[in-house]
Design a protein around this ligand. Structure first.
Ligand code: PLP
Length: 234
Protein backbone atom coordinates (compact mmCIF):
# COMPACT_ATOMS: atom_id res chain seq x y z
CA UNK A 1 0.00 0.00 0.00
CA UNK A 2 1.30 3.43 -0.88
CA UNK A 3 2.32 5.54 2.09
CA UNK A 4 0.10 8.66 2.08
CA UNK A 5 2.70 10.69 3.97
CA UNK A 6 5.07 10.14 1.02
CA UNK A 7 2.58 11.17 -1.67
CA UNK A 8 4.44 13.48 -4.07
CA UNK A 9 2.20 16.47 -3.32
CA UNK A 10 2.65 16.06 0.45
CA UNK A 11 6.43 15.92 0.18
CA UNK A 12 6.41 18.82 -2.29
CA UNK A 13 4.39 20.95 0.16
CA UNK A 14 6.80 20.17 3.01
CA UNK A 15 9.77 20.97 0.77
CA UNK A 16 8.23 24.33 -0.16
CA UNK A 17 7.88 25.14 3.54
CA UNK A 18 11.48 24.08 4.24
CA UNK A 19 12.74 26.30 1.42
CA UNK A 20 10.79 29.26 2.82
CA UNK A 21 12.10 28.77 6.35
CA UNK A 22 15.66 28.32 5.08
CA UNK A 23 15.47 31.48 2.99
CA UNK A 24 14.04 33.42 5.95
CA UNK A 25 16.80 32.18 8.28
CA UNK A 26 19.49 33.11 5.75
CA UNK A 27 17.92 36.53 5.26
CA UNK A 28 17.70 37.18 9.03
CA UNK A 29 21.47 36.80 9.31
CA UNK A 30 22.29 38.51 6.03
CA UNK A 31 23.85 35.38 4.61
CA UNK A 32 24.13 35.29 0.82
CA UNK A 33 25.51 31.75 0.54
CA UNK A 34 23.33 28.67 0.31
CA UNK A 35 22.71 25.67 2.54
CA UNK A 36 22.81 22.07 1.34
CA UNK A 37 19.77 20.04 2.35
CA UNK A 38 20.40 16.35 2.96
CA UNK A 39 17.07 14.51 2.71
CA UNK A 40 17.18 11.90 5.46
CA UNK A 41 15.22 8.87 4.29
CA UNK A 42 16.07 6.53 7.19
CA UNK A 43 13.07 4.68 8.54
CA UNK A 44 11.09 5.39 5.37
CA UNK A 45 10.60 3.10 2.38
CA UNK A 46 12.58 3.68 -0.83
CA UNK A 47 9.63 5.74 -2.13
CA UNK A 48 11.00 8.56 0.05
CA UNK A 49 14.15 8.61 -2.10
CA UNK A 50 12.06 8.79 -5.27
CA UNK A 51 10.00 11.64 -3.81
CA UNK A 52 13.16 13.58 -2.94
CA UNK A 53 14.76 13.00 -6.35
CA UNK A 54 11.55 14.07 -8.09
CA UNK A 55 11.82 17.43 -6.31
CA UNK A 56 15.42 17.89 -7.40
CA UNK A 57 16.88 16.98 -4.01
CA UNK A 58 20.02 15.04 -4.85
CA UNK A 59 21.57 14.62 -1.41
CA UNK A 60 20.17 11.59 0.41
CA UNK A 61 21.10 10.64 3.97
CA UNK A 62 20.91 7.34 5.77
CA UNK A 63 21.96 6.42 9.28
CA UNK A 64 22.83 2.75 8.94
CA UNK A 65 24.87 0.83 6.41
CA UNK A 66 22.27 -1.88 5.89
CA UNK A 67 19.50 0.59 5.13
CA UNK A 68 21.82 2.60 2.91
CA UNK A 69 22.53 -0.56 0.91
CA UNK A 70 18.82 -1.23 0.50
CA UNK A 71 18.08 2.32 -0.66
CA UNK A 72 21.01 2.43 -3.09
CA UNK A 73 19.95 -0.92 -4.55
CA UNK A 74 16.48 0.42 -5.33
CA UNK A 75 17.27 4.01 -6.28
CA UNK A 76 20.58 3.47 -8.08
CA UNK A 77 24.07 4.44 -6.96
CA UNK A 78 24.49 7.25 -9.48
CA UNK A 79 21.12 8.93 -9.08
CA UNK A 80 21.96 10.57 -5.78
CA UNK A 81 24.79 11.83 -3.62
CA UNK A 82 24.72 9.46 -0.64
CA UNK A 83 25.49 10.65 2.87
CA UNK A 84 26.14 8.23 5.72
CA UNK A 85 25.09 10.06 8.89
CA UNK A 86 25.50 7.43 11.59
CA UNK A 87 28.48 5.76 13.20
CA UNK A 88 30.43 3.20 11.20
CA UNK A 89 31.79 -0.05 12.63
CA UNK A 90 35.12 -1.26 11.35
CA UNK A 91 33.67 -4.53 10.06
CA UNK A 92 31.25 -2.59 7.82
CA UNK A 93 33.77 -0.19 6.27
CA UNK A 94 34.58 -2.14 3.12
CA UNK A 95 30.92 -2.80 2.43
CA UNK A 96 29.87 0.78 3.06
CA UNK A 97 32.64 2.65 1.31
CA UNK A 98 31.57 2.15 -2.33
CA UNK A 99 28.08 3.44 -1.44
CA UNK A 100 29.08 6.59 0.43
CA UNK A 101 29.88 10.00 -1.03
CA UNK A 102 30.28 11.76 2.30
CA UNK A 103 30.57 10.38 5.84
CA UNK A 104 29.21 12.74 8.54
CA UNK A 105 29.99 10.88 11.73
CA UNK A 106 33.71 10.24 12.12
CA UNK A 107 34.18 9.88 15.87
CA UNK A 108 37.32 7.80 16.43
CA UNK A 109 40.92 7.69 15.27
CA UNK A 110 40.71 3.91 14.97
CA UNK A 111 37.86 4.21 12.48
CA UNK A 112 39.70 7.02 10.69
CA UNK A 113 42.71 4.81 10.18
CA UNK A 114 40.71 1.87 8.84
CA UNK A 115 38.57 4.11 6.67
CA UNK A 116 41.58 5.88 5.21
CA UNK A 117 43.32 2.62 4.39
CA UNK A 118 40.20 1.17 2.78
CA UNK A 119 39.58 4.35 0.78
CA UNK A 120 43.16 4.37 -0.48
CA UNK A 121 42.84 0.75 -1.55
CA UNK A 122 39.77 1.74 -3.55
CA UNK A 123 41.68 4.63 -5.07
CA UNK A 124 39.59 7.27 -3.30
CA UNK A 125 39.83 10.10 -0.88
CA UNK A 126 36.58 9.99 1.10
CA UNK A 127 34.93 13.30 2.07
CA UNK A 128 34.42 13.20 5.81
CA UNK A 129 32.92 15.38 8.54
CA UNK A 130 34.15 14.98 12.09
CA UNK A 131 31.45 14.56 14.73
CA UNK A 132 31.75 16.64 17.87
CA UNK A 133 29.66 16.16 21.01
CA UNK A 134 28.90 19.82 21.66
CA UNK A 135 25.88 19.12 23.88
CA UNK A 136 27.87 17.00 26.31
CA UNK A 137 25.07 14.43 26.46
CA UNK A 138 26.36 10.96 27.34
CA UNK A 139 24.11 9.40 24.69
CA UNK A 140 25.70 11.40 21.85
CA UNK A 141 28.66 10.30 19.78
CA UNK A 142 31.58 12.50 18.83
CA UNK A 143 34.84 13.94 20.06
CA UNK A 144 34.82 16.28 23.04
CA UNK A 145 35.10 19.95 22.03
CA UNK A 146 38.30 20.34 24.05
CA UNK A 147 40.07 17.53 22.15
CA UNK A 148 38.75 18.31 18.68
CA UNK A 149 41.55 20.56 17.38
CA UNK A 150 44.23 18.11 18.50
CA UNK A 151 42.32 15.27 16.87
CA UNK A 152 41.92 17.27 13.66
CA UNK A 153 45.67 17.77 13.46
CA UNK A 154 45.94 13.96 13.17
CA UNK A 155 42.91 13.47 10.94
CA UNK A 156 43.99 15.89 8.22
CA UNK A 157 47.10 13.75 7.71
CA UNK A 158 45.20 10.61 6.65
CA UNK A 159 45.73 10.22 2.89
CA UNK A 160 42.43 8.43 2.26
CA UNK A 161 40.28 11.05 3.98
CA UNK A 162 39.31 14.58 2.94
CA UNK A 163 38.30 16.30 6.18
CA UNK A 164 35.73 18.85 4.99
CA UNK A 165 34.17 20.05 8.21
CA UNK A 166 32.42 19.26 11.47
CA UNK A 167 29.06 17.76 12.43
CA UNK A 168 27.01 17.81 15.60
CA UNK A 169 23.61 16.78 16.89
CA UNK A 170 21.79 19.17 19.21
CA UNK A 171 19.78 17.96 22.17
CA UNK A 172 16.11 17.16 21.57
CA UNK A 173 14.64 20.34 23.02
CA UNK A 174 12.81 23.52 22.07
CA UNK A 175 14.94 25.52 24.51
CA UNK A 176 16.52 27.99 22.11
CA UNK A 177 19.51 29.04 24.24
CA UNK A 178 20.54 25.39 24.58
CA UNK A 179 20.30 24.86 20.82
CA UNK A 180 22.24 28.04 20.05
CA UNK A 181 24.95 27.15 22.55
CA UNK A 182 25.40 23.76 20.87
CA UNK A 183 25.64 25.23 17.38
CA UNK A 184 27.99 28.02 18.50
CA UNK A 185 30.29 25.46 20.06
CA UNK A 186 30.63 23.75 16.68
CA UNK A 187 31.03 27.00 14.79
CA UNK A 188 33.78 28.26 17.09
CA UNK A 189 35.67 25.00 16.61
CA UNK A 190 35.21 25.22 12.84
CA UNK A 191 36.48 28.81 12.79
CA UNK A 192 39.56 27.82 14.79
CA UNK A 193 40.13 24.75 12.60
CA UNK A 194 39.64 26.59 9.31
CA UNK A 195 42.29 29.12 10.29
CA UNK A 196 44.83 26.26 10.17
CA UNK A 197 43.19 23.93 7.65
CA UNK A 198 40.96 25.86 5.22
CA UNK A 199 39.48 22.63 3.87
CA UNK A 200 37.68 22.17 7.22
CA UNK A 201 34.85 24.53 6.30
CA UNK A 202 31.50 22.72 6.47
CA UNK A 203 29.14 22.83 9.43
CA UNK A 204 26.70 19.91 9.28
CA UNK A 205 24.18 20.96 11.91
CA UNK A 206 20.44 21.37 12.06
CA UNK A 207 17.67 18.77 11.89
CA UNK A 208 13.90 19.07 11.52
CA UNK A 209 13.48 20.38 15.06
CA UNK A 210 16.08 23.11 14.91
CA UNK A 211 17.34 23.84 11.38
CA UNK A 212 16.34 27.54 11.19
CA UNK A 213 18.37 28.20 14.34
CA UNK A 214 21.28 26.15 13.02
CA UNK A 215 21.27 28.19 9.80
CA UNK A 216 21.27 31.42 11.80
CA UNK A 217 24.34 30.06 13.59
CA UNK A 218 26.17 29.32 10.35
CA UNK A 219 25.16 25.82 9.28
CA UNK A 220 26.17 24.92 5.71
CA UNK A 221 24.48 21.49 5.64
CA UNK A 222 21.15 20.63 7.29
CA UNK A 223 19.93 17.05 7.64
CA UNK A 224 16.15 16.83 7.36
CA UNK A 225 13.98 13.75 7.76
CA UNK A 226 10.68 14.54 9.46
CA UNK A 227 10.40 18.03 7.94
CA UNK A 228 10.35 16.47 4.44
CA UNK A 229 8.77 13.06 4.88
CA UNK A 230 6.67 13.31 8.06
CA UNK A 231 7.07 11.16 11.15
CA UNK A 232 9.02 7.97 10.65
CA UNK A 233 6.80 4.86 10.80
CA UNK A 234 7.89 2.80 13.80
C1 PLP B 1 17.61 10.89 11.78
C2 PLP B 1 18.70 11.84 11.64
C3 PLP B 1 18.48 13.12 11.10
C4 PLP B 1 17.11 13.63 10.68
O1 PLP B 1 16.25 13.71 11.77
P1 PLP B 1 14.86 14.55 11.69
O2 PLP B 1 14.65 14.99 13.09
O3 PLP B 1 13.82 13.57 11.24
O4 PLP B 1 15.07 15.65 10.74
C5 PLP B 1 19.57 13.95 10.96
N1 PLP B 1 20.81 13.57 11.33
C6 PLP B 1 21.06 12.37 11.86
C7 PLP B 1 22.45 12.01 12.24
C8 PLP B 1 20.02 11.47 12.04
O5 PLP B 1 20.28 10.27 12.57
Amino acid sequence: MADAALAPERVAARWAEVQERLAAALARTGRTDSVTVVAVTKGHPPAAVDAALALGLRDIGENRVQELEAKVAVAGRDRATWHLLGPLQRNKIRRALPLVDRFHALDSLRIAESLSTAAEMQGRRLPVLVEVNCSGEATKHGFRPDETLQVLARLVEFPGLAIEGLMTMAPWTDHEPTLRATFRCLRRLRDAAAARWPQVHHLSMGMSNDYPIAVEEGSTIVRLGTALFGERPT
